[in-house]
Design a protein around this ligand. Structure first.
Ligand code: ADP
Length: 397
């Protein structure tokens, strides 16, 4: 069985064709600058990279281009579109409308339109991608795989905000979380690595990238997560503030003459590591700046690791124990100093890092970085969101 995984953004579209027998990637690539001059398709297959530069006016053209490359390209990997058994689409937010992977129908797409406002930066783009696929492959089965689904198991006392309950009921304002496919993948991979059933484990999964979120996974189920109604909440991130007293926003908006909308753009794009350091949102730049003596870069990194450590500790308490901490995503997979600052100094809780194990160069495989005698295992697991989307899509068929 072959599954095409699509992750559509407003001006980009990433894809992977996955062979479910081997779970290997047959081909993958990205369309960039859709609807903008200077469109580009980068396609990787059979160990080679192909770049096609041509304008891509819309998502339908992008999908057509991708399919043409998969079938007829210099490194065509399938003989016809019929070899694709189904398409799995990544969708950021589901609200309470969908709690699991869902087959695309007209009715489902109507609901998708209704909930688009929950993730205005992401869901409308996913809808463009789904509609484009439906136009080009009208008979193909398609699944929507939501980033929020893995968090649908949170208990009410964890996902609710202490606002008027009637407002929650009417407007569905609550914690939904994000990065669910990544948390799900690494929690499952950790159980497999430790030769345990997911039901036997209490795991804190740290997805640390440009956007970061931390989840508590008890017995294979998510019971809490750091992101909230939107991906603005939780730990400070590349450009996002993370948790902040809402009254401080009102105060800042008044002082800086910003509307609430402008205030939200400020919190999403100008804060976090970038805002604090004044250097960059990129953790590589921050590390370099700190090493060169920039104290605000040091401060930003300290704020990040301190916030992460607090989440790890609070989730230990929430689960009444801990068997494993997992680090994943761009920062989690590549930055020993960040891992050390978060998981170090927790010996009291049974977490003992082995710094020599921690200091390795990422090779895309699982690494155990806790000491041999650490009661809590600390693992670095490269995430694979596309594989989760493909697995979910295949199991729905
Ligand atoms: P997202 O998917 O949220 O855009 P990623 O998971 O790709 O983000 O993470 C991006 C972050 O990971 C960047 O801040 C970058 O500095 C960091 N990162 C990526 N690769 C490396 C690396 N080799 N060394 C250190 N940091 C890295």
């Amino acid at each position: 069985m072959k599954i095409l995984v699509i992750n559509a953004g407003s001006s980009s579209l990433k894809y992977q064709l996955i062979d479910m027998e081997t779970e290997g990637v047959i081909a993958k690539g990205t369309c960039e600058r859709i609807g903008i001059a200077g469109g580009k398709l980068t396609h990787k297959a059979q160990g080679k990279e192909f770049v096609i530069e041509k304008d891509i006016p819309n998502h339908t053209e992008a999908i057509s281009l991708v399919l043409k490359e998969l079938v007829d390209g210099e490194a065509g990997v399938i003989s016809s579109m019929d070899e694709i058994d189904a398409v799995g689409h990544r969708v950021v937010a589901s609200g309470e409308a969908f709690t699991k992977t869902t087959l695309v129908t007209d009715e489902v797409m109507k609901t998708m339109d209704e909930i688009a406002e929950l993730a205005p930066l992401h869901n409308p783009a996913a809808i463009l991608g789904i509609n484009a696929c439906r136009a080009v492959m009208p008979d193909k089965k398609m699944a929507l795989v939501f980033d929020t689904s893995f968090h649908a198991t949170m208990p009410d006392y964890a996902y609710l905000y202490a606002i008027d309950y009637d407002d929650y009921k009417q407007y569905k304002v609550r914690r939904y979380g994000a990065h669910g496919t990544s948390h799900k993948y690494v929690a499952g991979a950790a159980a497999e690595y430790l030769h345990k059933k997911p039901e036997e484990l209490k795991i804190v999964t740290c997805h640390l990238g440009n956007g970061s979120s931390i989840s508590a996974v008890d017995g294979g189920k998510c019971i809490d997560t750091s992101m909230g109604f939107t991906p603005l909440a939780g730990v400070p991130m590349g450009t996002r503030s993370g948790d902040i007293d809402v009254a401080a926003i009102d105060f800042l908006c008044k002082k800086k003459g910003m509307t609430m909308d402008e205030g939200l753009v400020y919190l999403n794009k100008k804060c976090g590591m970038l805002g604090v350091s004044g250097v960059s949102s990129d953790f590589r730049d921050l590390k370099a700046a700190k090493e060169a003596g920039n104290d605000r870069a040091r401060l930003a990194l300290d704020m990040f690791t301190y916030a992460c450590k607090k989440y790890v500790g609070s989730y230990m308490a929430a689960m009444g124990g801990l068997d494993c901490i997992v680090f994943t995503a761009g920062v989690g997979e590549n930055t020993p100093t960040i891992r050390s600052a978060i998981a170090g100094g927790l010996e009291f809780f049974g977490v003992k890092l082995d710094e020599s194990r921690n200091n390795y160069r990422n090779d895309g495989t699982i690494h155990e970085i806790s000491a041999e005698d650490s009661r809590v295992k600390v693992l670095v697991i490269p995430t694979n969101e596309e594989l989760v989307i493909a697995r979910e899509t295949a199991s729905l068929l």
